[in-house]
Write a new protein. Structure first.
Length: 423
């Protein structure tokens, strides 16, 4: 364990963050950990504990762009306690044990710095505990997610192994929700933050005293907002290009998007798929079987910059995920002025409104595919509507999903936790 420390200010609160995932060069949860720590350091004195694996990326970023009031402490389990962990293998067990390990480190840091508040940031799973909740310091837990599930009626399209994945996911969540340390984390937290109504219901079950809803776990920084807002919008109906971006996994629902695109039967339209994963071959085979392979392009996994460039060449994001709790790609698409077609569930349903896209009910797969298909046809015929939704999306992201707005929201909770505003 080493401390990579920068200049601190004697004012404001002393905040300890737990961010297992925290990297400036990544999106998703690593990006959440980094951006949240960086943003809160503009308001307070922040100490963030993260994994040793993140050291190189963080030190490179801080060497190029110093962040005042930010202190990064790197920690990992001893070799004998993590020899079994692979890149993805055993990651949740490793996270559990890592959380236990940093408790003792946090005790030492607290003796030195006298923290006013603790904030558990990543991983944001409601069924995994934060042992920092046992410290004599008010703790904020979240945003957390994981209460979202793929409706059973949608499992018919899943392979046997994918069905087993869903069953195992539900089982692991059930075990986690009955872990006494998870229950105590929920009950000892001054406030638990959620991004979806599904997870809010799970935290009520766990006995959380106060639950606050934030507009998504992820956010967009000012530089990205400016960059994405400059992407031009196509305003003709000669052709339209849909795009889905993400890991090609069964629960991402991209097979639903392809089926809807085939049903829409738009002669001059294209559907781009950006990402890679275990379902790629199945999706490629599906596009052939549907007779749309000439209109569908698979680009594989691209660097973030390339992905955003490809997004700028498309007109509509299709994101029919079955249990996402805060997808960054929807925010990026809205920031770029692109309307979104998604399912009316989980994180996308909280990010997208009727002004910024189309949310499709999830009564059945057939009905969802039909409704998505109708949305594709409508948006292909009404380019002015695409522009209108795109502008509304940009406004929504700027107002609610910037890291600056999240920083103000969290600062309010910090002061309430410290000064008695939260019982």
């Amino acid at each position: 364990m080493e401390n990579y420390q920068l200049k601190a200010s004697p004012s404001n609160l002393n905040v300890l963050m737990s961010a297992y995932a925290c990297r400036p060069d990544k999106g998703s949860e690593p990006g959440v950990g980094w951006n949240m720590a960086k943003e809160m350091a503009s308001h307070h004195n922040v100490w963030v504990i993260t994994r040793e694996d993140n050291r190189q990326a963080i030190e490179a970023e801080l060497s190029a762009n110093l962040v005042q009031n930010l202190h990064v402490v790197f920690y990992d389990l001893p070799v004998w306690a993590r020899w079994w962990k692979g890149e993805q293998r055993g990651i949740h067990l490793h996270h559990y044990l890592w959380q236990l390990g940093i408790y003792f480190l946090a005790q030492k840091l607290n003796q030195e710095h006298k923290f006013d508040v603790i904030h558990h940031v990543t991983y944001g799973r409601h069924s995994s505990p934060s042992f920092l909740s046992f410290m004599p310091v008010p703790i904020i837990w979240g945003p957390v997610g994981g209460g979202e599930s793929a409706p059973v009626s949608f499992w018919d399209d899943f392979s046997f192994s994918n069905k087993m994945y869903e069953i195992l996911r539900i089982l692991v969540r059930w075990i986690g929700e009955h872990d006494p340390f998870v229950l105590l984390t929920a009950q000892r937290s001054k406030v638990a933050i959620v991004a979806t109504p599904e997870t809010r219901e799970r935290l009520k079950f766990l006995g959380a005293k106060r639950i606050e809803t934030i507009y998504g776990q992820t956010g967009i920084n000012r530089e990205e907002l400016e960059q994405l807002s400059k992407i031009p919008t196509v305003s003709n109906c000669q052709s339209i290009r849909f795009v889905s971006i993400g890991r090609l996994l069964h629960w991402k629902g991209f097979h639903l998007g392809l089926k809807a695109f085939a049903l829409a039967n738009l002669e001059s339209a294209e559907y781009w798929v950006i990402g890679d994963g275990s379902e790629r071959k199945a999706l490629e085979d599906l596009s052939k079987n549907l007779g749309i392979s000439d209109h569908v392009k698979f680009f594989g996994s691209l660097a973030r910059e390339q992905t955003l460039l490809k997004l700028g060449e498309c007109d509509v994001l299709v994101h029919p995920s079955l249990h996402d709790f805060s997808p960054t790609v929807c925010l990026e698409a809205m920031a770029a002025g692109r309307p979104i077609i998604c399912l009316d569930m989980g994180g996308p349903a909280t990010q997208v409104t009727e002004l910024t896209g189309v949310k499709v009910p999830v009564n059945s797969p057939g009905q969802a595919i039909q409704e998505m298909s109708k949305a594709m046809v409508r948006l292909s015929l009404e380019p002015d509507l695409r522009i209108q939704m795109g502008k509304a999306g940009q406004q929504r992201v700027s107002q609610l999903y910037s890291w600056e707005s999240k920083g103000k929201f969290l600062t309010k909770l910090y002061y309430e936790a410290v000064h008695g505003g939260i019982n």
